[in-house]
Unconditional design. Sequence first.
Length: 159
Amino acid sequence: MVRIADGEVDSQQPIPALSEQLARRLLPTASGETPSPDALALVAAGAYARLRVRLAVFLGEQGFDALWRRAIHLTQQEPQEAGDTAREEASPTLPPGLHSALRGSNAADAHTRLVAAFASFIGLLFTFIGEELGTRLIAQAWPELPLGAADAQVEGAPL
């Protein structure tokens, strides 16, 4: 389980490397600068929409939604108690579950939380359908995104 505390990913539960690399590529930042949380929210909404359009064809809308909800649950800052019925505030611009992750965050923390959420989703996707097929489906949604092992290091940007 991946948890985020104070903007840091819990090192005892690392995100699989390929999942995190893909998440960072889906949520790019301009080299050397961190965009505002609002700009990151727009990038996240676009990445979510692209994933949803492509993967819902394969997984079905309910399957996609189930994986997304699980990924968000795994990256929550604080564990939800079994009897907790408080619901996430809805946001017209953000994918389900990301409003609370970005609320009150500075840009660096917001980016870390978004990467963790998308990496968790990708990791669950790989667990469910396999890494090879999952990577191919993501490549179909992002044909401009280099996904090969040879280009895993982007110059000047940490993966």
